[in-house]
Design a protein around this ligand. Sequence first.
Ligand SMILES: [Zn+2]
Ligand SMILES: [Zn+2]
Length: 457
Amino acid sequence: MLEISVLGASDSVGKSCVMISDSDHRRVVFDAGIQLHPRRTGRVSTAPDVDRFADETNAILISHAHIDHSGYTPALYRAGFRGSIHMTTPTKDIVQILWKDHLKIEGPHHYGISHLQTAMMKIETHNYRKKFKIASGITAEFLDASHILGSAYILLDWEGTRILYTGDFNDAKTPYHDPIQFPDPDDPIDILITETTNANRRIEGRKTVTSNLTKSLLNCYSRGGKAIIPSFALGRSQEIQAYLASDFDSFLHKFPLYIDGMILDMNAIYERYMNDKWVSPRILIELKDKGYRTPFDHEGIRVLDDVAMKKKRSKKRELLITRDQQSIILTTSGMMEGGPVYDYLRMGGGNPRNGLYIVGYQVEGTMGSDIANGEKNVKLDNGFGQVFDVSLDLEIKQFQFSGHSSLEGLVQMVQYSTPQKIYAIHGEPNAQKRYAEELRRIGFKAKILTAHDILEE
Ligand SMILES: [Zn+2]
Ligand SMILES: [Zn+2]
């Protein structure tokens, strides 16, 4: 008898964690993420409810590197976990940077450096579509989820019971990834545990979104401004660079793109995995035609000298945002909760010729969400304890990129895998409701459990 416990992200997004166990004391955990809170709340990140099972868990499977899916993993070694962590090869490279960065920012609240080091040593890496054993009678397999570099959905075979955990997946074509390849319909799934992030949200086509972004950048250029694009270091930033290197190609020579912040580290990892095992052959052919190995090779994509001292970096930013030469600046943090973007907004946010183009989802309560909702007077710090009152007078626009599946894609996942039982997680209550309604509407007979049902079990 299998038991499924959702230990985090049951009816929300953040601190993803799902546990499968049986009466033979076998226990496997999918993802161990943390939930970050808006900076102004002063709250440290929160953990999933997994510690009490840590010492009896056989293995942990991480779907992808995003901190809300991977960020709690080192803490499990503090809580007594002794087993292995499984993830794809690129995911390991990415989490190493993200975990260290998290520890630096938050301090040893959930784990210390020794737990992080143990976790790194305990990671076993895998390629897509290669089955591996994780405990007696249990095998697992990672399949490409098309969400970010190395992202996977996971198939678990538990003594013949087939469980599919989607992690985060994308059914849209993006620069590095083809739309997700759904599981083989000839091999039905018994239990589907699926994200539902966008179930009640209309997703604009990537083509429309990028052409709108292009239009705004061109307008910004023609009025003599500089464009600031705050972005998450991992995934969206590399996507924006690929779009600009391809669609904005000729323009990048006169309106160059500068990269600042942790994006550089992530670019280096993308560079390492630019082969057909991890990215779509489509982008490899496109790049080869242009004589590039990665989109970042484009002459119009430049790096803000990352070896400069902290103080000097701020000076360089000032130069970039105030001098005559126009440029696009891609920088962290994605939700404007700090980071180099504050320097640019502080020194360039009052200039109506400039533009702020938001390309990532903004969590309610973050500075990014305030600004996207029209707040013009903001307090920004310079990283040295000084706080400045800034009045934003630049053009502000938001573009709805999404790394998550559309409702159609969520339904297709069900149609391909024909599960008996579905656990709808990783989505707001309204999204889960919409998801369950849609499946009922098309006559799908599976038992669907949303957070409400799960809590009753
Ligand atoms: Zn994700
Ligand atoms: Zn997620």
